[in-house]
Write a protein that binds this ligand. Structure first.
Ligand code: NAD
Length: 498
């Protein structure tokens, strides 16, 4: 067995850095042309590892391996029950290695250690849940209207699937895709973001250890246009499950359409968090804070538009500002840190640019409003002060475009109809929060809000059991929940003359 990581003393540019390899067809390999990408710790600003810079030749190799594993060898012959056992083994290994995986993610991604430990320990549930569904996928016997015919259906896997993920939650987003897809009998190529590839490669090591046949799960690394696009375009690929930006999703959708491929797209959001004057305000403050500042605002469901009923607007927004003011920033490996760095240099610039755009648009800066220069943030990190803008108008760019950072836009509203109109006046429809003690209002809002997920008196809950997906420009299709496994199957109708 080759090793997935090795020091590369012969490579001056990567001296002292951990070098990761790709996992293709059960082997640990470098890019065909030897190219690498340096990956940076967002807290120190320093490179800590390199990953292969895969390109079309590597995509070709990965697709060939995944196709071979789908068509021949132990995987297509394996019973669904045994596929489930393998997935359970993988889940056990993720749990056993949770601390290591969480640490790698913090160093690579800048997410807080406590948050990552919680997330990584929850991820195995995806594999356990879909392992349980693997042998419950079944067809139907149709009571066909022809007396001399027998008709039944089979649910079959699609073939080679490509999972492409964003940089913000690499292992969780991979689980959304691989757990149902593998349970259904497909094979996979996982392509994490070029900014945060390390944890996906660590995951590949666990796939190997669990004993999956070679080629069933392949992990490749590289830039989207260089290796992602050839994967999406490849004629042997049946489905692409993509999580990322609206622009990236659009591009993937267009390329996949040329091959008439199945696609799931989980894209961006500008989610409203709506606080009524009858809300339990202590809870609402905490929900609003975690809604926007968890993961430093770098979550697709971030409650980035705070809609507050005008009668409590000043009081409530004041409380949110006071709470955010006390947030501890710093090293994401410290368990006391509450707000960490921005993960990538382009994202850091984008967040700061949006802060300037908001100021220029006339939004009132109530807190933060620039880079964080606190001593605990160190000297090399990409920190942005938790930022709150007041008296935002829903027509402003800060209310319409996804910032993907710790920036909250506060908008007053009059009544239910006004809140619904403002909330729904958005190109996105991923998630929404509602804070009220009225059951009537909670039901009305959950019916009228355009969003794939509505949370009432809570925010950000997610589970392997509950469907997750966006409407409008937030995406196409759903992940999680029982139906997610069907997204990785196709129906065959079989007719027999009796
Ligand atoms: P991105 O679109 O830049 O990249 C996402 C992935 O797509 C990366 O792996 C990238 O290499 C790849 N990619 C880029 N261009 C490609 C192409 N032409 N062909 C194939 N692959 C390509 O997004 P990002 O900056 O990594 O992630 C942030 C975005 O992800 C935000 O908009 C956020 O809202 C969204 N997101 C959505 C969800 C969700 O479930 N809805 C979850 C997390 C993040």
């Amino acid at each position: 067995m080759n090793h997935a990581t090795s020091p590369r003393p012969t490579s001056p540019e990567s001296a002292g850095l951990t070098h990761y390899k790709m996992y293709i067809g059960g082997e640990w390999v470098d890019a065909a042309d030897g190219g690498v990408i340096e990956t940076t710790n967002p807290y120190t600003g320093k490179a800590w590892a390199t990953v292969p810079r895969g390109r079309a030749a590597d995509a070709e190799r990965a697709v060939a391996a995944a196709r071979k594993a789908f068509e021949t060898g132990p995987w297509p012959a394996m019973s669904a029950t045994n596929r489930g056992h393998l997935l359970r083994k993988l889940a056990d290994l993720i749990l056993e290695n949770a601390e290591h995986l969480a640490r790698v993610e913090v160093i690579d991604n800048g997410k807080l250690i406590n948050e990552m430990l919680g997330q990584v320990r929850y991820i195995p549930q995806w594999y356990y849940y879909f392992a349980g569904l693997a042998d419950k996928l079944q067809g139907e016997v149709i009571p066909i209207d022809k007396p001399d015919m027998f008709n039944f259906t089979r649910r079959e896997p699609l073939g080679v699937c490509v999972a492409i993920t964003a940089w913000n939650s690499p292992l969780l987003l991979a689980a959304y895709k691989l757990a149902p897809g593998l349970a259904a009998g497909n094979t996979f190529i996982l392509k994490p973001s070029e900014f945060t590839s390390a944890s996906a490669i660590e995951f590949g090591k666990l796939v190997e250890k669990a004993g999956f046949p070679a080629g069933v799960v392949n992990v490749v690394t590289g830039f989207g246009p260089e290796i992602g696009e050839p994967l999406v375009a490849h004629p042997s690929v049946a489905k692409i499950a993509f999580t990322g930006s609206e622009a990236g999703g659009q591009r993937v959708y267009e390329t996949a359409a040329r091959g008439l491929k199945r696609v799931t797209l989980e894209l961006g959001g500008k989610s409203p968090n709506i606080v009524f004057d009858d809300a339990e305000l202590d809870n609402a403050v905490k929900g609003v804070i975690s809604g926007i500042f968890a993961a430093t605002g770098q979550t697709c469901v971030a409650g980035s538009r705070l809609l507050v009923q005008r009668s409590i607007y000043d009081r409530f927004v004041g409380r949110v500002v006071d709470f955010a003011k006390a947030a501890r920033m710093g090293n994401p490996l410290e368990t006391t840190t509450q707000v960490g760095p921005i993960t990538t240099p382009p994202q850091y610039k984008k967040v700061l640019d949006y802060i300037e755009i908001a100021k220029a648009e006339g939004a009132q800066c109530l807190l933060g409003g620039g880079p964080a220069t606190r001593p605990e943030c160190g000297s090399g990190g990409q920190f942005v002060e938790p930022t709150i803008f007041g008296q935002v108008n829903n027509k402003m760019r800060i209310a319409r475009e996804e910032v993907f950072g710790p920036v909250l836009a506060c908008i007053p509203f009059e009544d239910e109809e006004d809140a619904i109109a403002i909330a729904n006046d958005s190109p996105y429809a991923l998630a929404a929060g509602v804070w009220t003690q009225s059951v009537r209002r909670a039901l009305l809002m959950s019916q009228r809000l355009q969003a794939g997920t509505v949370w009432v008196n809570t925010y950000r809950a997610v589970s392997y059991m509950s469907p997750f997906g966006g409407h409008k420009r937030s995406g196409v299709g759903h992940e999680n929940g029982m139906d997610a496994i069907l997204e990785y199957t196709q129906v065959k109708s079989v007719w027999m003359s009796t």
